[in-house]
Design a protein around this ligand. Structure first.
Ligand code: THU
Length: 157
């Protein structure tokens, strides 16, 4: 038996102001996207923004439904819109921000497992790393690739 380890490194910033210009723009779009949340049940508003290889940014926000599983997270709303709008382009980066009643939380919003799996799919589709930026009022995390938030990715069919 061998004990193995998985190491993940990521960057932490004090605020989106410390990010490089492209990431800062994307982060601001994700915060803005929170305004599109429809969250009458959780009151947790999440915004996401995807940067495409053609420079376009596509936004999404969580959409809830009385039949709970019919709703969708902000990240998948954004990625599916981006995939449908620009099917031939790559998704290079995704930023997300969230908080109760649209007020940015103090801890970064972290994507659910289903959204991470969808990120993995689009990353595999493009063959390029998709960075993921998680935003809060007090700090910002940046992961260089989806592998870093979904170790041992399933993509074997
Ligand atoms: N939500 C997202 O939009 N993204 C996440 O990464 C986690 C959760 C949404 C789903 C639901 O509308 C609300 O936040 C509370 O779970």
């Amino acid at each position: 038996m061998t004990n193995r380890e998985i190491n993940i490194t990521y960057e932490e910033y004090k605020s989106i102001d410390e990010l490089n210009a492209e990431d800062r723009e994307l982060a601001a779009e994700a915060i803005k996207a929170m305004e599109g949340a429809y969250a009458p049940y959780s009151h947790f508003h999440v915004g996401a923004a995807v940067r495409m290889s053609n420079g376009q940014i596509v936004r999404g926000a969580n959409q809830e439904n009385a039949a709970f599983p019919s709703g969708l997270c902000a990240e998948r709303t954004a990625m599916f819109a981006a995939g449908a709008r620009y099917p031939d382009k790559d998704m290079l980066s995704l930023a997300l921000a969230g908080g109760v009643m649209g007020r940015l939380a103090s801890q970064p919003a972290t994507p659910c497992g289903a959204c991470r799996q969808v990120m993995a799919q689009y990353q595999a589709k493009s063959g390029k790393p998709m960075s993921v930026i998680m935003i809060s009022a007090d700090k910002v995390w940046k992961f260089e690739k989806v592998d870093d938030i979904l170790p041992l990715i399933f993509n074997s069919i």
